[in-house]
Design a protein around this ligand. Structure first.
Ligand code: GRF
Length: 192
């Protein structure tokens, strides 16, 4: 991966579907001197993603793609990434599953953040599942994206204690706060 780093920062696209707090955090990180990446493109599968507001705020190009037809959407997506010379992709709350064909085109260059200590709790509702199972700890993971959902090699994880009083909501808040520290750390780990 180190060979991606030239004089310029690594052109990165962030894919979102929702609030975009990780996107905002990554944008702020990308503006620091130590960041190996720049955020050049924001992709969303829905116009409703609140995180799209950061496109205007930070003057970053955005594109909304309709994934009703996955094949067409991914073809457009690949063209867009090519046109914008994107070299690296960060998924941040992106709710669509990318095809293996797409992933192969960016082999080893797509990462994701997930709100659990993978391999525990792949998929959705991670916090309520952890509470239901009376787990003592939860956390978040940054991992490479492969064809299998939430199963690629783990880059970095952060463990977080679950308190008796925790609800899925309080836990989500705590975990998200740690996600914002973990995602930049993962990127530094990959490229340094
Ligand atoms: C985060 O909890 C992330 O781990 C998960 O989706 C959530 C996205 O939050 N994949 P945000 O849109 O970045 O605020």
């Amino acid at each position: 991966m180190a060979k991606l780093i030239g004089l310029n920062k690594i052109k990165t696209a962030v894919f979102i579907s929702g609030t975009g707090s990780n996107l905002k955090n990554l944008i702020n990180f990308s503006k620091t001197k130590k960041s190996p990446i720049s955020i050049d493109l924001i992709i969303s599968n829905t116009i409703k993603a609140k995180g799209l507001r950061y496109s205007n705020q930070y003057k970053i190009k955005k594109k909304i793609l309709n994934f009703k037809n996955n094949k067409i959407a991914e073809k457009r997506l690949l063209n867009l990434l090519k046109q914008n010379k994107i070299q690296f992709i960060c998924l941040a709350g992106f709710m669509k599953i990318l095809s293996s064909k797409f992933i192969k085109q960016f082999n080893g260059k797509i990462i994701n953040i997930h709100p659990s200590l993978l391999p525990r709790y792949k998929g959705l509702n991670t916090h309520s599942r952890a509470i239901q199972n009376k787990d003592k700890f939860t956390g978040c993971s940054v991992h490479y994206v492969t064809e299998k959902l939430d199963s690629g090699k783990i880059i970095i994880q952060k463990k977080i204690k679950i308190l008796k009083k925790d609800t899925p909501r309080s836990l989500a808040k705590k975990v998200l706060k740690q996600e914002h520290k973990l995602y930049p750390k993962a990127i530094l780990k990959i490229f340094n």
